[in-house]
Design a protein around this ligand. Sequence first.
Ligand code: BTN
Length: 248
Amino acid sequence: MSLTWPVYWLDEIDSTNEEAKRRAKADGFSAQWIGAHKQVSGRGRLGRVWVSPKGNLYTTALFQWTHELRDMTRIPFAAALAVAETVEGLAPGSCPLLKWPNDVRCAGAKVSGILVEAGETNGARWMAVGIGINVGFAPEGLDQAATSLADLRGDAVITPQMTLDALRAAFALRLAEAETGFADIRKAWLKRAEGLGQPVRVKVGGTVEEGIFADMAADGALLLHLRDGTQKTIRAGDVELVREVSPE
Ligand code: BTN
């Protein structure tokens, strides 16, 4: 039960995911949360940088995955739901939505990003679920709009520690669900899906695909309906919503 995992707070670290990987590679690690007040080499998805000064939450849940290898794909969605539920609990009315696979956004502004990594040490599979939540402020100068819990709440009372406490509780429930199946997570994820049934642009490596975000497959893949009537299954990429320009 992930709620009972110990929490290790670090003042400064390169990246909580890197620290988790170092710990996972050491023999006999046990499940834990690593939190940092500041990261100096915070990493985002698809090789991006995650700007990580003091004031926001940088954390990684490190645990062993004893279930089927193929079921690991449930975890990014379980984590995204847990974050959305945390954000909603701490900022009531903020209506967090999920941009495939696991960006958490409120009114189009990103409040959290998730980077899931996995590996194997001496035959034991582990997962490092790295979560960044903008708590005290929204970083500036990004290529997309951002918001924070402080902005969403309209006060500066909330701290990274309080946020991690709420996240641990939400994550414990969603992880337990992910260990037994994907149907409930998929259903809950789709309820919060941003852009479902709408035109999206998906960057996959060097190419860009445009189509309608038709559904999420039973394994979490994004199903894109292309203009030529075919369907594309996307397992990794960057989704951008194509806002339709309304005629004058
Ligand atoms: C993204 O949206 O691109 C994912 C961002 C993930 C950031 C978190 S912060 C804690 C953990 N440590 C990292 O270096 N990255 C993740």
